[in-house]
Design a protein around this ligand. Sequence first.
Ligand code: 9UX
Length: 72
Amino acid sequence: EKRDAIIKIGGMTCAMCVKTIEVALKELPGVLDAQVNLATEKAKVSYDPSLVSIEDIKRAIEEVGYQFLGVE
Ligand code: 9UX
């Protein structure tokens, strides 16, 4: 199964922040793709909910130092 989530992220300042979060998310087993947009402060994450949860995604964002501000 594949699901898409739009996640609001806080604390990003530059393009390297974007890359850091994208890499952290893509390292999670079950995350198929992650695209982070600095201007909108949102991430589009495609994931398999049988392998990874929103809670796992939240933890990964927080572990690299950014804020998980919720799912749209
Ligand atoms: Mo850029 Mo982001 O110098 O934490 S990597 S601000």
